[in-house]
Ligand binder design. Sequence first.
Ligand SMILES: Cc1ncc(COP(=O)(O)O)c(C=O)c1O
Length: 308
Amino acid sequence: MFSSASSWLPQARLDPLHLDWLTTAGIEVAILRLDQIDPLISGNKWFKLTEHLKAADQAGAKGIISLGGAHSNHLHALAAAGKRFGFATVGLLRGHPQPTPTVNDLQAFGMQLHWLGYGGYRARNEAGFWEPWQARYPDLVAVPEGGGGMPGAKGCVQLKALACRQLNDLGWTDYDAWWLACGTGTTLAGLVMAEAGEHPVYGALAVPDDHGVAQQVERILAQAGVNHSSYELFDASRGGFAKVDSTLLEFIEQTEQASGTPLEPLYTGKALLALKQQVEAGKFTPGTRLIFIHTGGLQGRRGFSSET
Ligand SMILES: Cc1ncc(COP(=O)(O)O)c(C=O)c1O
């Protein structure tokens, strides 16, 4: 059931990113286009799912049950993967039924949806939350929100090799650091595990400080037994998750026009703007080479303009 999923090894291009503020500072950036790995199963989500799918396969499960919001990139990728590879998917949604483009896709992909309201969704981290769902769907394996945790991070370890295979094409023999958006910190933790202290990983927080990203990263690294780690988190949330302002929207528009790279305002747009601020504040010396990960999320922006 999951075997065709585990044999799919997507490739992502590593392209030079030319922007005037990078040129002025003498910084080179290559962008790892995870948004392009597949028209439907896009971004870091696939990598965060692979180990969960392996575990489900080993457990003899028939599918996956997971949670997210009405614009969730995670549920979107999961539902698309279920349809593509033939396993069942169930989504537990935050709030009350609303027909966003994402929700319409989830239904079209065959995901069974349950709306938990807001209070019901807040209970997702309480002990016993999963019990009734596991009783109702005994053949499904539960995956935490966003595909997070240790299995999610383990699946992201391969991102380093994916990028490194292409350094030659850029004329690079090495790079200095990674830069990426963080929601739960799972993708960042996977890269820190892959690097084992060799190159630092910089995370631009799409959520406010009190979301416990640093603690989550530390938990995963401790579980993985990583002794040498080098990473730093920057507040990129601009006042809160999904808070959008005119500076951000103008930056995204200018960047898309100048580079042809599509961005969305929740993760990748905020992460690149936070990088610009750090570059302009002199965080990196001229000659620095960075890999910026495009973590996808473009499907989520379809419903966003009508929400804000
Ligand atoms: C588009 C996008 N980028 C980045 C992230 C952050 O990934 P992580 O939760 O692994 O930090 C997410 C999900 O949370 C996302 O949907």
